[in-house]
Structure formats: structure tokens, C-alpha cells
Ligand binder design. Structure first.
Ligand code: PLP
Length: 421
């Protein structure tokens, strides 16, 4: 469910006409709905009611300060995967004790920053990382709370580029080696083992892989406790998928996911953390773009937009589908024709959709990419020296630009010329 709906024949973001934002901000741009962000966060929070828990939003999905503040105000923690994200979370006012640090390549500098500023836990992904974190903590006279991310060797049944829980993936330590690694961690004075972490992938559309992984985590919890480790916290990762089309996909609901967690892990008395990203932000955002040209090709017609793969890379990178709808509601029974919908970037991969059935469209029309809130703006680049597109946040009848479009000069002036030129 989201808050982008047609009213009186045109698309609104909450109580604001999308066309009005376009007129003021210019296209292309991202637009987020506060109500949808809040709703999705609360769904997770409520799904875990009755268990001690913290929902740590995986901010790599959409990390604008205004989004972080919106979620943090509801009590969200954050899952960060870099020193930059840690700094962003702190700067948005998220307390260190609500920040968990994930990722396979944490540098010693990043560890120092997080230990100095406060951290809920590090999710450690390898033995060399464990050794490094112990060194850094001892050097600083601190003790780092850790979980170890285990790789449960479960097929998440999602796109290969976002599956992370199979033994061939680079993430975590093999669950079969967990006892050994935990025993080693327990000997390190700079580390305090507090729990277990698992994250098997993204855009999961079935509960079964989660069930398999969480059952393995439950068994491991009992084994590690029997070995003498104080396992108090289970970080279950993110990954719950969203419907990218309104027609045929119906991924499990957060309530069903919550019930599964209670069923598989409820008896252990652990504090539960989850790290949803996509489900919080995905359907809370759209990308709005204008049709520059309608071009007839041989045997196919193209809609050429002012948005491109550098603004929204998911179709090029993951073969992802986004529903694309006009801002002006098509009349009922309007004739549909197939178009290839493309951006202006000089790559054939700059194609958002092939042979997509569309109602009548002409140059100057505004089109909306639905479900673009997660892994959209954060993955954008300035390829082709196209400015990063603005982000806008809507709250009821108000909207604000939460990231400005840079000017050409701002982009160019980031380069510096060496003295010999
Ligand atoms: C990306 C990621 C998430 C969020 O995944 P979603 O599919 O966006 O929910 C959570 N935890 C970790 C460790 C991640 O890398």
C-alpha cells in the first residue's frame, strides 16, 4: 500500500499533485511519501510486538537525512554498511546505541569512528575482521559488542545479484564453522559476543527461505549457549520483498514475517533485531520523468525520457520491473500501444522497459516510475555529466526538496586541475 493515487484524474503524492511538484522542481526527480514510510516502519514494529525488538532500517535503501529523521522519530534504529552511512545516521540524530554496523569490508578507520561515536553492535563477517576489531577496540580501551554473521547456505530464491545466503556468496562465515569462530571470539579481550546475525538476501517473495535460515539460527543459539556463550540478541537481517507490479506478485506481509519469527525463535527469549530496507522505502518513493520525444523506429516505437539509467539503475542492473504510469490518469478503455521506454544515456542498457503497453503518450507528458524509493536515488550517478536528480519529501499537503539538483558549475568545480596544466 502507498500514498500515490489518482484523484480527479491526476496523480497525487499524499495531498500534493505530482504535477505541481514537477512544475516547481523540474524533472526528473524522486518523491517520497512520509505517510508510506511511517506506515511501513510501523508494520514491522507491530509485527514484532510482544518480543523485545528493534527495527533497524537498512539505510542503504534510501539514506537521505530527512528520511532517516522521519523513521528515527518513530524509534527506528539504523543498519549501516559504511563509515559514511554511520556519519549520516549520527548526523540525522540517531543515537549510537541504535546503530548496527554490517558489511564484509569494515576498515579499521570505520571501526574507530563507530567505537568512538557509540555503536549498538558490529555484525562481524570474517575472522580477519574479528582480529582487526579486537585490535582497534583494545587500542582504544573499549570493548566492541559483536554478533557474527553466519551464512546458513539457504537459497533465497531471488535475483543472483542480491542473494547473500548461499555458501558461494561472499557474506558471513559458514554456519558449520560457527562454534569454532565463536570460541575464538570469546578469547578476545576487545570483543563481547552478544548474539548472532544472519541476512540471506533481498527482494524475497516467499517465507520459506527465511524459515530455513531462522531454524538454523535457533539451533545455533542453543548450541552456542551450551558452549557457554551469552547469546542475547538475534539480528535477522532484512530482505522481505515488495510488489513491483500491482497485478501478479504478492510477497508475504510483515505480519506473516513477524509470526514466522515468533514461531521459529520466540522460545529463545532473545531480543530480536530486523533490518528491513526495501520494504520500508521501496513503495514510499516514485521517480518522475518527462517524455522528451516519441520516436518511431523500425517495428518499434520509443518513449525517450529525461530520466536515465544513471538516475534509476535497477532495470539495467537487475532486469528490474517498475510500473510506469502517466501523471494524468488515462481515460477508461484508452487504447494501449507497446513502447520501449528509454533514457538519453549513450548505452543500449539505458532501457527502462521493452514493449511496455502504454496508454496514449506525447512529448511533454509526465511519467511516474512506481516503487522507486529503495535502491533508487542512492544508486544514482552523474554518468554523462547528468546532475544527480533532486529528492522531494511530501508530508500531507506540504512538500520540501530534501536534496537539491546540483548546478553544472557545482559538478564541474568538484574537479581540480593539477598545477602543470
Ligand atoms: C541490504 C541489507 C539489508 C536490507 O535488505 P532489504 O532487502 O532492503 O530489506 C539488511 N541487512 C543487510 C546486512 C543488508 O546488507
Amino acid at each position: 500500500m502507498d500514498h500515490f493515487n489518482y484523484r480527479n484524474g491526476e496523480l497525487f503524492a499524499e495531498d500534493v499533485p505530482v504535477a505541481e511538484i514537477a512544475a516547481q522542481v523540474g524533472t526528473p526527480f524522486y518523491c517520497y511519501s512520509t505517510a508510506t514510510l511511517e506506515r511501513h516502519f510501523r508494520l514491522f514494529d507491530e509485527a514484532l510486538e510482544g518480543m523485545p525488538h528493534l527495527v533497524c532500517y537498512a539505510m542503504k535503501a534510501a539514506s537521505n537525512q530527512a528520511i532517516l529523521k522521519t523513521l528515527s522519530a518513530l524509534g527506528a534504529g539504523m543498519d549501516v554498511v559504511s563509515g559514511g552511512e554511520y556519519a549520516r545516521a549520527i548526523s540525522a540524530g540517531v543515537p549510537g546505541e541504535k546503530i548496527v554496523f554490517s558489511g564484509i569490508g569494515k576498515t579499521r578507520d570505520e571501526m574507530r569512528i563507530a567505537l568512538a561515536g557509540g555503536i549498538r553492535q558490529f555484525n562481524v563477517e570474517s575472522e580477519p575482521e574479528m582480529v582487526a576489531l579486537n585490535d582497534v577496540a583494545v587500542e582504544m580501551g573499549k570493548v566492541a559488542p559483536i554478533t557474527v554473521r553466519v551464512n546458513p547456505d539457504v537459497d533465497a530464491k531471488t535475483h543472483a545479484k542480491i542473494a547473500t545466503g548461499k555458501s558461494e556468496n561472499k557474506f558471513g562465515i559458514p554456519i558449520s564453522r560457527a562454534r569454532e569462530v565463536y570460541a575464538e571470539a570469546a578469547t578476545m579481550p576487545g570483543l563481547q559476543v552478544i548474539g548472532i546475525d544472519v541476512h540471506i538476501g533481498s527482494q524475497l517473495t516467499e517465507l520459506e527461505p527465511f524459515r530455513l535460515a531462522y531454524q538454523k539460527v535457533a539451533e545455533l543459539t542453543e548450541t552456542l549457549r551450551a558452549d557457554g556463550h551469552d547469546i542475547q540478541r538475534l539480528d535477522l537481517g532484512g530482505g522481505l520483498g515488495i510488489p513491483y507490479t500491482r497485478s501478479n506478485e504478492a510477497p508475504p506481509l510483515p505480519t506473516e514475517y513477524g509470526s514466522l519469527i515468533k514461531e521459529t525463535l520466540g522460545h529463545l527469549g532473545c531480543e530480536i533485531e530486523i533490518e528491513p530496507g526495501r520494504l520500508v522505502a521501496g513503495n514510499a518513493g516514485i521517480m518522475v520523468s518527462e517524455v522528451i520525444y516519441v520516436k518511431s523506429g523500425e517495428g518499434r516505437n520509443f518513449l525517450i525520457l529525461d530520466g536515465a539509467m544513471n538516475d534509476l539503475i535497477r532495470p539495467a542492473m537487475y532486469d528490474a520491473h517498475h510500473d510506469i504510469i502517466p501523471v494524468i490518469e488515462p481515460t477508461a478503455g484508452a487504447e494501449q500501444t507497446p513502447y520501449d521506454i528509454v533514457g538519453p544515456v549513450c548505452e543500449s542498457g539505458d532501457t527502462f522497459a521493452k514493449q511496455r503497453m502504454m496508454p496514449p503518450v506525447k512529448a511533454g507528458d509526465l511519467l511516474v516510475f512506481r516503487s522507486a524509493g529503495a535502491y533508487g536515488a542512492v544508486m544514482s550517478s552523474e554518468y554523462n555529466t547528468r546532475p544527480l536528480i533532486p529528492e522531494v519529501l511530501v508530508h500531507e499537503h506540504q512538500f520540501a526538496v530534501i536534496r537539491q539538483r546540483p548546478t553544472f558549475d557545482e559538478m564541474i568545480n568538484r574537479d581540480t586541475i593539477p598545477e602543470w596544466l
